[in-house]
Design a protein around this ligand. Structure first.
Ligand code: AGP
Length: 601
């Protein structure tokens, strides 16, 4: 999962490309590169290891420029992190340059079959693709478009690609192809662009064309030609993206994660305002969704990472409020190990990005089986929203930090509202969500408390635990993921009752154990588990709700309906992860080895 951009028909494409890469860094940030071309035949290739800022410095130092260009920020899949393996990859004679987001499954076979005599400069699957284009253009005297299309026709069916190719003999043309990887064409009256994510090109245009799987396009300064998988010309209508570019700026915040944690109260209010009318009736969910779900005998929630954790909480609402048996599955497992399904299943996909490859694989499988599907996502106009039968927005706004925060609470709220719309529930959910928003604000205002907890409990620690029961166990999984993915502290989230069946052997003097305690039914049991680990030297930090609190608890949460307590209990965990990472001098928004949108399986 990389970020790719291309621009043609401007005075100097470099600034657009570099700003675009900075906006796409959430997709991968281990190395980056740019290729620029000019009508007079001059062209430049610059690649650097590390963050986009290193490429910016080198490109500016070299004074490169171009009226058209392509650029890439990488999350390594094939070949280690190096300048050679950074993109753009070039053909041996440097006529063709290619950037790629995705994976070519059969690149080694193609290399052996077609490119035996070719000397390779990198270990990447992408270089095989550009060398093939070069071979077909030269040896078979194919046009660049035909050589490009022939290369694509040889790729294995499971391959995922977003390709941007440039031919130095056509310095103003971008050759574009897409399958399974997100790719948009940005159209404007002052040049055209191609990008993995619209947000990266908002300073050039807000009008975008969504490419479909199998499309090939030729993008020139004043024209865009698109050909479908059958090679026939197709017309794709542009859509206008109504997004304020400032939303993607972090403003005065040191990190996007802190800004996004702070935005959760507003997001909760926005969702209540979108899905309820003034009378408290639900308006934002089409009848067709409700009617289709009511015909189902079982719900299957499919997701990955933090979205999967949101599904574990959502399950409780569908079962308690809508009285529908609900299963929650990890997408990457479900994709290749589908359990026996009920007779009338209904599938809910949860995703921040709407592009997670594991979830897309399941959606493709389920559509082939003809079952109804709904995607609840933050990025609308994404593959998972476009290809599902129904889609519901979580309206969290752009989420840039790799560690997902506001999308998690927003996904939980939308599941709650959907379940509420399907059942007869005593609770006044709109009113309760208004309380949730106030309390989230109150908790996020206590940053200093969580900074102190993080710095005292996690200083010099290499491992930690979050424990809970029921809904708290579901939040403990998310809390652990937040801490480990950005601070690199090995953290496990745990159903507390399981501790004594093995894992408690890991507890030693000073081991930090965070206990979440918001569910009355199991409060006593958790207190017991806290005592058990404390007896073995653990440093216990209890986060409890008001009615269940004890004087020595580290933090007491304000109270809302017990089923909605996950929306409050996760906030301290998000902030503790943030401050623990800050205390280690690590990049909170760009943790190593990760990317925001995981578009490869
Ligand atoms: C969470 O902080 C991570 N970024 C990751 O686990 C993420 O939740 C997962 O990759 C799923 O992404 P999605 O919600 O965009 O599908």
């Amino acid at each position: 999962m990389c970020g790719i951009v291309g621009v043609t028909g401007v005075e100097n494409a470099l600034p657009y490309l570099l700003r675009g890469l900075e906006k796409l860094e959430y997709r991968g940030y281990d190395s980056a590169g740019v290729y620029l071309a000019n009508p007079d035949g001059t062209d430049f290739l610059v690649k650097e290891k590390g963050r986009v800022s290193a490429l910016v410095a080198e490109a500016q130092a070299q004074g490169v420029y171009g009226t058209a260009g392509i650029a890439h920020t990488r999350w390594a899949t094939h070949g280690n992190v190096s300048v050679e393996n950074a993109h753009p990859q070039a053909s041996s004679d440097h006529r063709f340059h290619l950037v790629h987001n995705g994976v070519i499954e059969n690149y080694q076979e193609l290399q052996e079959q077609y490119l035996a005599g070719v000397t390779f400069a990198s270990q990447t699957d992408t270089e095989v693709a550009v060398q093939l284009v070069d071979k077909f253009a030269k040896e078979e005297e194919l046009s660049t478009r035909d050589a490009f299309a022939k290369m694509i026709s040889l790729l294995d069916g499971n391959s995922a690609y977003g390709f941007l190719l440039m031919d130095s003999q056509e310095p103003d043309t971008l050759y574009v192809a897409k399958k399974k990887s997100p790719l948009l064409i940005g159209v404007s009256d002052h040049g055209n662009a191609v990008t993995s994510d619209a947000a990266a090109m908002l300073d050039m245009t807000a009008n975008f064309i969504e490419l479909m799987d199998g499309d090939i396009a030729l993008v020139k300064p004043n024209s865009v030609e698109i050909f479908g998988a059958d090679g026939q010309a197709v017309v794709r209508e542009p859509f206008h993206l109504d997004i304020d570019p400032a939303q993607t700026d972090k403003g005065a915040y040191p990190y996007y994660m802190l800004k996004e944690i702070d935005e959760q109260a507003v997001v909760a209010r926005t969702l209540a305002g979108h899905y309820f009318n003034d009378e408290g009736e639900i308006v934002g969910i089409g009848c067709a969704i409700g009617d289709t779900i009511k015909q189902a005998d079982r719900l299957y929630i499919i997701a990955a990472g933090t979205s999967y954790h949101a599904g574990l909480v959502g399950k409780r609402y569908f079962e308690n409020w809508a009285n529908i048996p609900t299963e929650v599955h990890i997408a990457s497992e479900f994709a290749y190990d589908q359990p026996l399904l009920s007779e009338h299943p209904f599938f809910i996909f949860l995703s921040q990005s709407g592009e997670t490859a594991d979830s897309r694989e399941v959606l493709d499988n389920i559509k082939r089986q003809g079952f109804p599907t709904l995607t609840i996502a933050n990025v609308m106009n994404s593959t998972l929203t476009r290809e599902a039968d129904f889609a519901l927005p979580v309206l969290a706004g752009p989420e840039i930090a790799v560690a997902s925060t506001k999308a998690y609470t927003a996904q939980i709220i939308v599941q709650a509202i959907l379940a509420y719309s399907l059942g007869e529930v005593e609770l006044d959910l709109k009113q309760e969500l208004a309380k949730v928003a106030v309390e989230i604000q109150a908790i996020t205002d206590e940053k200093a408390t969580f900074q102190a907890i993080a710095e005292s409990a996690l200083k010099d620690q290499h491992s930690a635990f979050y424990i809970g029961r029921g809904l708290d166990a579901a939040v403990a999984l998310e809390a652990a993921l937040k801490l480990k993915e950005i601070s690199y502290i090995q953290t496990e989230g745990f159903a507390a009752g399981e501790l004594k069946h093995g894992t408690i052997s890991l507890i030693e003097e000073g081991t930090p154990v965070f206990a979440l305690l918001t569910q009355a039914k199991t409060a006593g049991l958790i207190r017991g588990e806290v005592a058990q680990v404390a007896a073995r030297g653990a440093n216990t930090i209890t986060i409890s709700s008001k009615s269940l609190a004890r004087p020595d608890d580290a933090y007491v949460l304000p109270e809302v309906d017990e089923l909605l307590m996950p929306l409050l209990a996760v906030i301290p965990a998000q902030l503790i992860a943030y401050y623990a990472t800050l205390a280690r001098g690590l990049d909170v928004d760009r943790p190593r080895n990760l990317a925001k949108s995981v578009t490869v399986q």
